[in-house]
Design a protein around this ligand. Sequence first.
Ligand code: CO
Length: 413
Amino acid sequence: MSTSDRRRFLRRSAGLAAATLATARAATSAADPVPDAVPEWTRTPGHPILRPPYGERSYHETGIVRIPIPGRVNTMSSASLTPLQDMRGIVTPSGLVFERHHGGVPDIPPHEHRLLVHGLVARPLVFGMEELMRFPSVSRMHFLECSGNTAGEWKGKGGTVQVTHGLLSCCEWTGVPLAVVLQETGIDPRAQWLLAEGADAAAMTRSIPIEKALDDAMLVYAQNGEMLRPEQGYPLRLLLPGFEGNASVKWLRRIKVGTAPFMTREETSKYTDLMPDGTARQFTLTMEAKSVILRPSGGQQVRGPGFVEIQGVAWSGRGRITRVDVSVDGGRSWRAAQLQEPVLTKCLTAFRVPWQWNGAPAVLQSRAVDETGYMQPTRSQLIAARGLDSYYHYNAIQSWQLAADGAVTNVHA
Ligand code: CO
Protein backbone atom coordinates (compact mmCIF):
# COMPACT_ATOMS: atom_id res chain seq x y z
CA MET A 1 0.00 0.00 0.00
CA SER A 2 1.45 3.38 -0.94
CA THR A 3 1.55 6.25 1.53
CA SER A 4 -1.29 8.06 -0.24
CA ASP A 5 -3.38 4.85 -0.30
CA ARG A 6 -2.86 4.54 3.43
CA ARG A 7 -3.93 8.11 3.98
CA ARG A 8 -7.12 7.49 2.00
CA PHE A 9 -7.71 4.27 3.93
CA LEU A 10 -7.22 6.06 7.25
CA ARG A 11 -9.71 8.73 6.22
CA ARG A 12 -12.30 6.19 5.09
CA SER A 13 -11.91 3.82 8.02
CA ALA A 14 -12.22 6.69 10.48
CA GLY A 15 -15.86 6.84 9.31
CA LEU A 16 -16.43 10.11 11.12
CA ALA A 17 -18.36 13.30 10.45
CA ALA A 18 -16.95 15.72 7.91
CA ALA A 19 -15.53 18.11 10.46
CA THR A 20 -13.84 15.31 12.39
CA LEU A 21 -12.21 14.29 9.10
CA ALA A 22 -10.68 17.74 8.84
CA THR A 23 -8.80 17.01 12.06
CA ALA A 24 -7.72 13.57 10.79
CA ARG A 25 -6.53 15.11 7.52
CA ALA A 26 -4.41 17.62 9.39
CA ALA A 27 -2.81 14.82 11.40
CA THR A 28 -1.79 12.93 8.23
CA SER A 29 -0.73 15.94 6.19
CA ALA A 30 2.27 15.76 3.83
CA ALA A 31 4.56 17.17 6.52
CA ASP A 32 3.66 14.25 8.80
CA PRO A 33 3.45 11.14 6.55
CA VAL A 34 2.12 7.80 7.73
CA PRO A 35 5.34 5.96 8.72
CA ASP A 36 6.33 2.94 6.61
CA ALA A 37 9.08 1.90 9.03
CA VAL A 38 8.32 -0.48 11.87
CA PRO A 39 9.12 1.51 15.01
CA GLU A 40 11.92 0.65 17.42
CA TRP A 41 9.52 -0.52 20.18
CA THR A 42 7.99 -3.11 17.84
CA ARG A 43 11.33 -4.57 16.71
CA THR A 44 12.67 -5.26 20.22
CA PRO A 45 10.97 -7.13 23.10
CA GLY A 46 9.59 -5.01 25.93
CA HIS A 47 10.07 -5.44 29.68
CA PRO A 48 9.32 -9.04 30.78
CA ILE A 49 7.06 -7.90 33.64
CA LEU A 50 6.21 -4.47 34.94
CA ARG A 51 8.65 -2.94 37.41
CA PRO A 52 8.32 -2.00 40.23
CA PRO A 53 5.87 -4.71 41.41
CA TYR A 54 3.30 -2.04 42.35
CA GLY A 55 2.60 -0.63 38.91
CA GLU A 56 3.01 2.97 37.87
CA ARG A 57 1.51 4.99 35.03
CA SER A 58 3.55 5.84 31.94
CA TYR A 59 6.33 8.31 32.66
CA HIS A 60 4.79 10.42 29.88
CA GLU A 61 1.81 11.07 32.18
CA THR A 62 3.54 12.06 35.42
CA GLY A 63 2.69 15.74 34.96
CA ILE A 64 -0.89 15.00 36.01
CA VAL A 65 -0.75 15.63 39.75
CA ARG A 66 -2.59 17.12 42.71
CA ILE A 67 -1.59 20.69 43.49
CA PRO A 68 -1.87 22.39 46.89
CA ILE A 69 -4.42 25.11 47.42
CA PRO A 70 -2.49 28.36 46.99
CA GLY A 71 -1.33 29.54 50.44
CA ARG A 72 -1.74 26.09 52.04
CA VAL A 73 1.52 24.44 51.10
CA ASN A 74 3.47 23.65 54.26
CA THR A 75 0.82 23.96 56.95
CA MET A 76 -0.63 21.12 59.06
CA SER A 77 -4.10 22.28 57.97
CA SER A 78 -3.72 21.68 54.29
CA ALA A 79 -5.52 20.73 51.11
CA SER A 80 -4.67 19.52 47.64
CA LEU A 81 -6.73 19.58 44.46
CA THR A 82 -7.66 16.83 41.98
CA PRO A 83 -6.57 17.54 38.36
CA LEU A 84 -10.14 17.36 36.97
CA GLN A 85 -9.06 18.73 33.57
CA ASP A 86 -7.29 15.40 32.94
CA MET A 87 -9.98 13.16 34.45
CA ARG A 88 -11.29 10.39 32.12
CA GLY A 89 -14.51 8.69 33.16
CA ILE A 90 -15.79 8.98 36.72
CA VAL A 91 -13.26 7.14 38.91
CA THR A 92 -10.56 9.27 40.49
CA PRO A 93 -7.31 7.29 40.77
CA SER A 94 -6.48 6.93 44.48
CA GLY A 95 -3.24 8.89 44.08
CA LEU A 96 -5.16 11.88 42.67
CA VAL A 97 -8.03 12.04 45.17
CA PHE A 98 -8.15 15.52 46.72
CA GLU A 99 -6.91 15.94 50.28
CA ARG A 100 -8.14 18.04 53.15
CA HIS A 101 -6.75 17.50 56.61
CA HIS A 102 -6.68 19.71 59.66
CA GLY A 103 -3.76 18.23 61.64
CA GLY A 104 -1.60 16.45 59.09
CA VAL A 105 -1.82 12.80 57.97
CA PRO A 106 -1.38 10.41 60.94
CA ASP A 107 0.65 7.20 60.62
CA ILE A 108 -1.64 4.54 62.17
CA PRO A 109 -0.65 0.84 62.45
CA PRO A 110 -3.88 -0.96 61.48
CA HIS A 111 -3.51 -3.66 64.16
CA GLU A 112 -3.41 -0.93 66.82
CA HIS A 113 -6.40 1.02 65.53
CA ARG A 114 -9.66 0.80 67.50
CA LEU A 115 -13.18 2.10 66.98
CA LEU A 116 -15.20 2.82 70.15
CA VAL A 117 -19.00 3.00 69.84
CA HIS A 118 -20.64 4.29 73.03
CA GLY A 119 -23.17 6.78 74.45
CA LEU A 120 -26.86 5.93 74.07
CA VAL A 121 -26.25 2.32 73.05
CA ALA A 122 -27.32 -0.96 74.68
CA ARG A 123 -23.75 -2.39 74.59
CA PRO A 124 -20.74 -0.05 74.28
CA LEU A 125 -18.19 -1.89 72.12
CA VAL A 126 -14.63 -1.50 70.90
CA PHE A 127 -13.76 -2.93 67.47
CA GLY A 128 -10.39 -3.73 65.93
CA MET A 129 -9.91 -3.70 62.16
CA GLU A 130 -10.10 -7.51 61.87
CA GLU A 131 -13.46 -7.51 63.67
CA LEU A 132 -14.83 -4.73 61.44
CA MET A 133 -13.69 -6.57 58.32
CA ARG A 134 -15.59 -9.71 59.41
CA PHE A 135 -18.93 -7.88 59.15
CA PRO A 136 -20.95 -8.19 55.92
CA SER A 137 -19.37 -5.72 53.49
CA VAL A 138 -20.63 -3.43 50.74
CA SER A 139 -18.95 -1.59 47.82
CA ARG A 140 -20.44 1.56 46.33
CA MET A 141 -19.39 4.34 43.96
CA HIS A 142 -19.78 7.81 45.47
CA PHE A 143 -18.38 11.28 44.95
CA LEU A 144 -16.68 13.13 47.77
CA GLU A 145 -16.75 16.94 47.68
CA CYS A 146 -15.47 19.43 50.24
CA SER A 147 -18.20 22.00 50.97
CA GLY A 148 -15.45 24.61 50.43
CA ASN A 149 -15.11 23.45 46.82
CA THR A 150 -15.55 26.38 44.39
CA ALA A 151 -15.48 28.88 47.31
CA GLY A 152 -13.17 31.16 45.32
CA GLU A 153 -15.97 31.70 42.79
CA TRP A 154 -18.06 33.72 45.31
CA LYS A 155 -15.44 36.47 44.90
CA GLY A 156 -14.78 35.61 41.25
CA LYS A 157 -11.16 34.61 41.78
CA GLY A 158 -11.13 32.50 38.61
CA GLY A 159 -8.52 29.98 37.51
CA THR A 160 -8.47 26.48 36.08
CA VAL A 161 -11.03 23.78 36.85
CA GLN A 162 -8.45 22.15 39.14
CA VAL A 163 -8.28 25.35 41.19
CA THR A 164 -12.02 26.08 41.12
CA HIS A 165 -13.52 22.57 41.44
CA GLY A 166 -10.60 20.30 42.47
CA LEU A 167 -11.91 19.52 45.97
CA LEU A 168 -13.98 16.83 44.25
CA SER A 169 -13.25 13.15 43.64
CA CYS A 170 -15.15 9.91 43.06
CA CYS A 171 -14.16 6.39 44.11
CA GLU A 172 -15.47 2.92 44.72
CA TRP A 173 -15.65 2.61 48.52
CA THR A 174 -15.76 -0.68 50.42
CA GLY A 175 -16.63 -1.20 54.05
CA VAL A 176 -19.41 -2.03 56.52
CA PRO A 177 -22.75 -0.23 56.60
CA LEU A 178 -22.73 1.81 59.83
CA ALA A 179 -26.29 0.54 60.47
CA VAL A 180 -24.92 -3.03 60.73
CA VAL A 181 -22.43 -2.03 63.45
CA LEU A 182 -25.11 -0.04 65.30
CA GLN A 183 -27.30 -3.15 65.24
CA GLU A 184 -24.49 -4.92 67.09
CA THR A 185 -24.30 -2.25 69.82
CA GLY A 186 -28.04 -1.55 69.85
CA ILE A 187 -29.23 2.06 70.02
CA ASP A 188 -31.46 3.79 72.54
CA PRO A 189 -34.83 4.98 71.11
CA ARG A 190 -33.91 8.53 72.25
CA ALA A 191 -30.88 8.57 69.92
CA GLN A 192 -31.01 11.49 67.43
CA TRP A 193 -27.39 12.40 66.65
CA LEU A 194 -23.98 10.75 66.54
CA LEU A 195 -20.58 12.26 67.22
CA ALA A 196 -17.85 11.02 64.87
CA GLU A 197 -14.27 11.60 66.03
CA GLY A 198 -11.02 11.17 64.12
CA ALA A 199 -7.70 9.88 65.50
CA ASP A 200 -5.67 12.60 63.78
CA ALA A 201 -3.89 15.40 65.67
CA ALA A 202 -6.87 17.70 65.00
CA ALA A 203 -9.25 15.14 66.59
CA MET A 204 -11.73 16.14 63.88
CA THR A 205 -15.28 15.87 65.24
CA ARG A 206 -18.64 16.22 63.50
CA SER A 207 -22.27 15.56 64.44
CA ILE A 208 -24.22 13.16 62.21
CA PRO A 209 -28.04 12.86 62.13
CA ILE A 210 -29.20 9.37 63.16
CA GLU A 211 -31.28 9.10 59.94
CA LYS A 212 -28.08 9.31 57.89
CA ALA A 213 -26.28 6.83 60.14
CA LEU A 214 -29.06 4.28 59.62
CA ASP A 215 -29.50 5.04 55.90
CA ASP A 216 -26.37 4.81 53.70
CA ALA A 217 -23.47 5.74 56.03
CA MET A 218 -20.47 3.41 55.71
CA LEU A 219 -17.42 2.54 57.78
CA VAL A 220 -14.92 2.39 54.93
CA TYR A 221 -11.58 0.57 54.91
CA ALA A 222 -10.96 0.20 51.16
CA GLN A 223 -10.98 2.44 48.11
CA ASN A 224 -10.71 1.58 44.41
CA GLY A 225 -9.87 -2.07 45.09
CA GLU A 226 -7.22 -1.69 47.79
CA MET A 227 -6.98 -0.51 51.38
CA LEU A 228 -7.51 3.23 51.96
CA ARG A 229 -4.63 5.58 51.26
CA PRO A 230 -3.18 7.18 54.44
CA GLU A 231 -4.41 10.63 53.39
CA GLN A 232 -7.91 9.18 52.87
CA GLY A 233 -8.22 7.93 56.44
CA TYR A 234 -6.25 4.67 56.65
CA PRO A 235 -7.18 2.34 58.20
CA LEU A 236 -10.81 3.43 58.78
CA ARG A 237 -13.00 6.34 57.81
CA LEU A 238 -16.63 7.32 57.86
CA LEU A 239 -18.31 7.86 54.48
CA LEU A 240 -21.57 9.80 54.32
CA PRO A 241 -22.63 9.65 50.65
CA GLY A 242 -23.73 13.06 49.30
CA PHE A 243 -22.79 14.95 52.49
CA GLU A 244 -20.09 17.63 52.66
CA GLY A 245 -16.71 15.91 52.72
CA ASN A 246 -15.67 17.16 56.15
CA ALA A 247 -18.46 15.15 57.84
CA SER A 248 -17.00 11.89 56.45
CA VAL A 249 -14.50 11.85 59.30
CA LYS A 250 -11.18 10.17 58.45
CA TRP A 251 -9.09 7.96 60.79
CA LEU A 252 -12.35 7.26 62.64
CA ARG A 253 -11.74 6.24 66.29
CA ARG A 254 -14.99 7.01 68.12
CA ILE A 255 -18.74 7.20 67.60
CA LYS A 256 -20.84 8.53 70.47
CA VAL A 257 -24.62 8.28 70.25
CA GLY A 258 -26.61 11.16 71.77
CA THR A 259 -29.88 13.09 71.70
CA ALA A 260 -28.66 16.37 70.17
CA PRO A 261 -25.88 17.69 67.91
CA PHE A 262 -22.59 18.05 69.78
CA MET A 263 -21.83 21.61 68.58
CA THR A 264 -18.18 21.04 67.75
CA ARG A 265 -15.91 23.76 66.42
CA GLU A 266 -16.30 22.39 62.88
CA GLU A 267 -20.06 23.01 62.89
CA THR A 268 -20.22 26.29 64.82
CA SER A 269 -17.36 28.57 63.77
CA LYS A 270 -16.63 26.55 60.62
CA TYR A 271 -18.76 24.77 58.00
CA THR A 272 -21.69 27.14 58.49
CA ASP A 273 -23.09 29.55 55.89
CA LEU A 274 -23.45 33.25 56.76
CA MET A 275 -26.64 34.60 55.19
CA PRO A 276 -27.38 38.20 54.05
CA ASP A 277 -29.53 38.86 57.18
CA GLY A 278 -26.62 38.05 59.49
CA THR A 279 -27.87 34.62 60.58
CA ALA A 280 -25.89 31.49 59.81
CA ARG A 281 -27.16 28.26 58.28
CA GLN A 282 -25.93 25.30 60.31
CA PHE A 283 -25.77 21.57 59.47
CA THR A 284 -26.10 22.21 55.75
CA LEU A 285 -24.75 18.75 55.15
CA THR A 286 -26.19 17.73 51.77
CA MET A 287 -24.27 18.84 48.68
CA GLU A 288 -26.70 20.30 46.11
CA ALA A 289 -26.64 19.39 42.41
CA LYS A 290 -23.69 20.78 40.49
CA SER A 291 -21.84 20.27 37.22
CA VAL A 292 -18.80 21.60 35.42
CA ILE A 293 -17.30 21.35 31.94
CA LEU A 294 -13.82 19.79 32.21
CA ARG A 295 -12.86 20.15 28.52
CA PRO A 296 -12.61 22.84 27.27
CA SER A 297 -11.99 24.64 30.58
CA GLY A 298 -9.94 27.50 32.01
CA GLY A 299 -6.29 27.58 30.95
CA GLN A 300 -6.81 25.18 28.03
CA GLN A 301 -6.32 25.96 24.36
CA VAL A 302 -8.67 24.77 21.58
CA ARG A 303 -6.66 24.23 18.39
CA GLY A 304 -8.72 26.00 15.77
CA PRO A 305 -12.37 25.76 14.69
CA GLY A 306 -14.02 22.40 13.97
CA PHE A 307 -15.30 19.49 15.98
CA VAL A 308 -15.10 19.85 19.77
CA GLU A 309 -16.59 17.31 22.17
CA ILE A 310 -17.64 19.24 25.25
CA GLN A 311 -17.02 16.93 28.22
CA GLY A 312 -17.83 17.30 31.89
CA VAL A 313 -19.20 15.79 35.09
CA ALA A 314 -22.35 16.35 37.15
CA TRP A 315 -23.31 15.18 40.63
CA SER A 316 -25.88 15.62 43.41
CA GLY A 317 -25.90 14.76 47.09
CA ARG A 318 -29.64 14.12 46.84
CA GLY A 319 -29.51 11.23 44.38
CA ARG A 320 -29.13 10.58 40.67
CA ILE A 321 -28.48 13.13 37.94
CA THR A 322 -31.41 13.06 35.50
CA ARG A 323 -30.32 15.73 33.00
CA VAL A 324 -27.43 17.99 32.11
CA ASP A 325 -27.92 20.92 29.72
CA VAL A 326 -25.05 22.62 27.93
CA SER A 327 -24.95 26.15 26.52
CA VAL A 328 -22.37 27.63 24.17
CA ASP A 329 -23.91 31.13 24.22
CA GLY A 330 -23.66 32.07 27.89
CA GLY A 331 -27.01 30.54 28.87
CA ARG A 332 -29.28 31.99 26.16
CA SER A 333 -29.96 28.55 24.68
CA TRP A 334 -29.41 25.02 26.00
CA ARG A 335 -28.98 21.52 24.59
CA ALA A 336 -29.42 18.27 26.50
CA ALA A 337 -26.10 16.48 26.98
CA GLN A 338 -25.63 12.73 26.57
CA LEU A 339 -25.18 11.07 29.98
CA GLN A 340 -22.64 8.26 30.18
CA GLU A 341 -23.84 5.08 31.90
CA PRO A 342 -23.72 4.12 34.68
CA VAL A 343 -25.73 6.94 36.23
CA LEU A 344 -25.46 6.19 39.96
CA THR A 345 -26.88 7.85 43.04
CA LYS A 346 -24.61 10.41 44.78
CA CYS A 347 -21.92 9.67 42.22
CA LEU A 348 -20.22 11.60 39.45
CA THR A 349 -22.02 11.30 36.10
CA ALA A 350 -20.01 12.02 32.95
CA PHE A 351 -21.72 14.00 30.18
CA ARG A 352 -20.79 15.05 26.65
CA VAL A 353 -22.11 17.21 23.81
CA PRO A 354 -20.75 17.19 20.24
CA TRP A 355 -20.15 20.73 18.97
CA GLN A 356 -18.99 22.35 15.75
CA TRP A 357 -17.06 25.43 16.82
CA ASN A 358 -17.17 28.08 14.08
CA GLY A 359 -14.28 30.03 15.58
CA ALA A 360 -16.39 32.84 17.07
CA PRO A 361 -16.02 33.72 20.77
CA ALA A 362 -18.32 31.56 22.94
CA VAL A 363 -19.24 31.15 26.60
CA LEU A 364 -19.62 27.47 27.61
CA GLN A 365 -21.84 26.47 30.54
CA SER A 366 -23.44 23.34 31.96
CA ARG A 367 -26.32 22.93 34.39
CA ALA A 368 -27.35 19.79 36.25
CA VAL A 369 -30.82 18.56 37.22
CA ASP A 370 -31.21 15.80 39.80
CA GLU A 371 -33.96 13.28 40.50
CA THR A 372 -35.63 15.61 43.02
CA GLY A 373 -36.17 18.11 40.16
CA TYR A 374 -33.60 20.53 41.62
CA MET A 375 -31.79 22.54 38.93
CA GLN A 376 -28.29 23.97 39.44
CA PRO A 377 -28.68 27.76 39.83
CA THR A 378 -27.05 30.53 37.83
CA ARG A 379 -24.43 32.59 39.65
CA SER A 380 -26.86 35.53 40.02
CA GLN A 381 -29.64 33.26 41.35
CA LEU A 382 -27.26 31.79 43.93
CA ILE A 383 -26.01 35.22 45.06
CA ALA A 384 -29.62 36.54 45.23
CA ALA A 385 -30.50 33.69 47.62
CA ARG A 386 -27.31 33.50 49.66
CA GLY A 387 -25.61 36.91 49.44
CA LEU A 388 -21.83 37.19 49.25
CA ASP A 389 -20.83 36.44 52.86
CA SER A 390 -20.91 32.66 52.46
CA TYR A 391 -17.82 30.54 52.01
CA TYR A 392 -19.18 26.97 51.70
CA HIS A 393 -21.73 25.40 49.36
CA TYR A 394 -21.17 27.39 46.17
CA ASN A 395 -22.82 25.36 43.39
CA ALA A 396 -23.59 27.88 40.64
CA ILE A 397 -23.27 27.28 36.91
CA GLN A 398 -19.64 27.69 35.80
CA SER A 399 -18.77 29.76 32.71
CA TRP A 400 -15.73 29.19 30.50
CA GLN A 401 -15.07 31.77 27.78
CA LEU A 402 -13.61 30.51 24.54
CA ALA A 403 -11.86 33.32 22.66
CA ALA A 404 -11.43 33.45 18.87
CA ASP A 405 -7.76 32.42 19.30
CA GLY A 406 -8.86 29.25 21.14
CA ALA A 407 -7.78 30.38 24.63
CA VAL A 408 -10.22 29.39 27.42
CA THR A 409 -10.64 31.52 30.54
CA ASN A 410 -12.81 31.53 33.66
CA VAL A 411 -15.44 34.27 33.42
CA HIS A 412 -18.41 35.19 35.62
CA ALA A 413 -21.41 35.48 33.32
CO1 CO B 1 -22.43 22.81 55.10
